[in-house]
Design a protein. Sequence first.
Length: 135
Amino acid sequence: ILVMLGEIGLINNQLQLGNSALQPLQANPNFKSSPELYNCLAILALKNNDPQQAITLLNTGLQFNPHNEILLQNHAVINDLYLGQVEQAKKSYLACANQKTLRNDNAGTLRIQKRLRTIAERSIPPKRGKNAKKR
């Protein structure tokens, strides 16, 4: 019931309800290693404008489930779009793409490859041509 209440709080943007339902489950041996628990808590932290806490929660979930593609993907996105941690984002995107490839999720793998190309293009300095101004 607590998991459902937590998810309802998350879906309906009732962050206090979500947190109060999900936080105690971290100490419960039946849920302690649940990737869904840490993913929901991370999303709640993100909705509370705390991306660093979201990463901490995802890292905890990844300790229990290092190949969980949802945790990996959210880890990548938060590092990429919220924290600007490009190198960590690339590692997580690649790990997630590997999991998607193992499941034959070609569309998911292609989406991640596209994002990685965008990141790579962003980090390439513009070329200077013959007519470019020198500073």
